[in-house]
Design a protein around this ligand. Structure first.
Ligand code: FAD
Length: 418
C-alpha cells in the first residue's frame, strides 16, 4: 500500500491548515449542548461554509469542494489538530446528507443540503423510541395518509440536540398492515417547531439540556418530505447506519489529537517509574495510529467502489472503547484533579510537575488561554470527554449489537439466541 500523499493532497492539507489557523476561534466556544453554545456553534458552521470548508466532500453546487475521501480525512486531521469547535451540524452532514445523496430527489437535495451546509438548518436524528432502540424495527410511531402528505404521531427519544435543532429525520410506520416489522416504514423529514410537536429535554449526566425526547401529535408533513418510496424506509435507514458507524461519525483526526494531548499531559505530570501508566499512554498513541491506518485502508477500498457494510461495526466498537480508555488514562494521570469540574467552569490548569521528565519543554505544556486547543493539563476537557465517552458504546447502535453483527456477518458464526 502506498501511504504517500500526492502533491495536490499535500497542498490541500496546507490550505486547510492555513485557513483553520486564521479562523478557529481563539477561545473555546461554550458547550454546544447549551442554548448559548448551540448558537455560537451554528455561527461557526456559517464561517466554515463561507469558504466552503463545512462540507469539503460535497459537490460544489451544494456548498462543498468536491473533495474525495482522502482529502476529507486530511481535513479532519487538520480540523482536530487545530482544536476547532465540535460540529453542531453533524447529524445532518454525516447521516441525512449521505441518505439524500443516495435516495433523495434532486429537488430534496437542492432544498435541504445548502442550508444544512451553512448551519442555517440544524438537523436532529429521531429514530429511537422508548421500546425501539436496538430493535429499531419495532418502532410504533405512525405516518397516516392525508391529502398532499402524511400525519405523524408517536414518541421519539434520545434525540441528540433536538432541544435546539430546527428539523429532524425519522422512521414512521406508514403501513400498519405490513407483514414484517421492518416493512411499511416511511423515512420522513419534519420541522421541530411544527404544530403538534413537543420537545422535552432529557437530563444528562453533565446537566446540559440539548438531549431530548420528541412527541408528535398529528403533525402534517408534505409528500416532498418523504425520502424514497413510503414503505421503503428500512432499506434507506440501513444505508444510513453504515455511514453512522463507519467513516463519517468519528474520523481518526479526533483520536490522533486526543492521543497527542495525552502525551503532552504525560510530559507534564507523568511519573517515569509508573511504567503501567506509561504503557497506557503508548497504547493510546498506537491505537490512534492503528485506527488511522485502518481508516485509510477503508477509504482506499471505498474509493475503489467497494461498500463498507458490516466492517463499519468494527470501526464503531474500536473507536468507542478507545475513547473511554484514552480518557481513563488521562484521568489517572491527573489524579484527584481529574475529578474536579465545576459546572462548565474551567479550573485553572495545574502547572507541570517539577519532577516530570521534561518540565520546561515543549512549550505546548504551558496553558495558553488564547489557544482553542485545550491545555493538556486542564482537567475539565478530560473529565467532560470521559463522561461523554461513556455513551460511545451505546449510541450509533450498542456494542453488543455490533459484536453480534461482526460474529454473524464477518466471521460467519451461528446466530445468537434473541
Ligand atoms: C449519548 C446518546 C446519544 C444518542 N443520540 C441519538 C439520536 O440522536 N437519535 C436517536 O434516534 N437515538 C439516539 N440515541 C439512542 C441510541 O441509538 C440507543 O440508546 C441505542 O440504540 C440502544 O437502544 P436502547 O437505549 O433502547 O437500549 P436497548 O435496545 O433497550 O438495549 C439495552 C441493552 O440490551 C442490549 N441488547 C438489546 N438487544 C440485544 C441483542 N439482541 N443482543 C445482545 N444485546 C442486546 C443492548 O446492547 C443494551 O446493552 C442516543 C443514545 C445516547 C446514549
Amino acid at each position: 500500500m502506498d501511504l504517500d500523499f500526492t502533491p495536490e493532497e499535500e497542498q490541500f492539507r496546507l490550505r486547510a491548515r492555513a485557513w483553520l489557523a486564521a479562523h478557529v476561534p481563539r477561545a473555546p466556544l461554550p458547550s454546544l449542548e447549551t442554548e448559548e453554545g448551540f448558537a455560537a456553534h451554528r455561527a461557526w458552521e456559517g464561517t466554515l461554509a463561507a469558504d466552503r470548508w463545512s462540507v469539503v466532500s460535497w459537490p460544489e453546487e451544494f456548498g462543498g469542494q468536491g473533495a474525495d475521501l482522502v482529502k476529507w480525512l486530511l481535513f479532519e486531521e487538520e480540523y482536530y489538530a487545530a482544536g476547532a469547535p465540535g460540529r453542531v451540524s453533524q447529524n445532518g452532514i454525516s447521516l441525512l446528507a449521505p441518505t439524500l445523496f443516495d435516495h433523495g430527489t434532486p429537488e430534496q437535495r437542492a432544498r435541504v443540503l445548502p442550508p444544512m451546509a451553512r448551519g442555517e438548518v440544524v438537523w436532529a436524528q429521531a429514530w429511537s423510541e422508548p421500546e425501539a432502540g436496538s430493535d429499531l424495527a419495532s418502532l410504533r410511531s405512525t405516518a397516516r395518509r392525508a391529502p398532499g402528505g402524511w400525519r405523524l404521531s408517536g414518541q421519539k427519544t434520545w434525540s441528540s440536540r433536538a432541544a435546539f435543532a430546527d428539523r429532524a429525520f425519522g422512521l414512521f410506520r406508514s403501513d400498519p398492515r405490513a407483514e414484517r416489522p421492518h416493512h411499511g416504514l416511511a423515512y420522513v423529514m419534519f420541522p421541530l417547531d411544527a404544530p403538534g410537536v413537543t420537545i422535552r429535554p432529557i437530563g444528562r449526566l453533565d446537566g446540559r439540556p440539548a438531549f431530548a425526547e420528541v412527541f408528535l401529535d398529528d403533525v402534517f408533513v408534505p409528500d416532498d418530505d418523504v425520502i424514497g418510496a413510503p414503505g421503503d424506509g428500512w432499506r434507506i435507514a440501513m444505508s444510513t447506519t453504515g455511514d453512522e458507524r463507519g467513516l463519517a461519525l468519528r474520523s481518526p483526526g479526533r483520536f490522533l489529537a486526543t492521543a497527542d494531548r495525552l502525551v503532552r499531559l504525560w510530559h507534564a505530570h507523568g511519573d517515569p517509574s509508573d511504567t503501567a501508566l506509561r504503557d497506557r499512554v503508548a497504547d493510546a498513541v498506537i491505537g490512534a495510529r492503528a485506527y488511522q491506518l485502518f481508516t485509510w485502508a477503508n477509504a482506499s477500498r471505498s474509493a475503489a467502489g467497494e461498500k463498507l457494510g458490516a466492517e463499519s461495526s468494527l470501526n464503531k466498537v474500536f473507536w468507542s472503547e478507545y475513547d473511554i480508555a484514552v480518557h481513563e488514562a488521562a484521568l489517572d494521570l491527573l489524579g484527584a484533579d481529574g475529578e474536579l469540574t465545576d459546572d462548565g467552569e474551567r479550573l485553572p490548569p495545574r502547572p507541570p510537575d517539577a519532577s516530570s521528565p521534561d518540565p520546561t519543554s515543549p512549550d505546548r505544556t504551558s496553558p495558553d488561554p488564547t489557544s482553542p486547543d485545550p491545555a493538556p493539563t486542564d482537567p475539565a476537557p478530560w473529565t467532560e470527554g470521559y463522561v461523554f465517552s461513556l455513551a460511545g458504546p451505546i449510541y450509533a447502535g450498542t456494542n453488543e449489537i455490533q459484536r453480534d453483527i461482526i460474529a454473524e456477518r464477518l466471521l460467519g458464526l451461528p446466530k445468537g439466541r434473541r
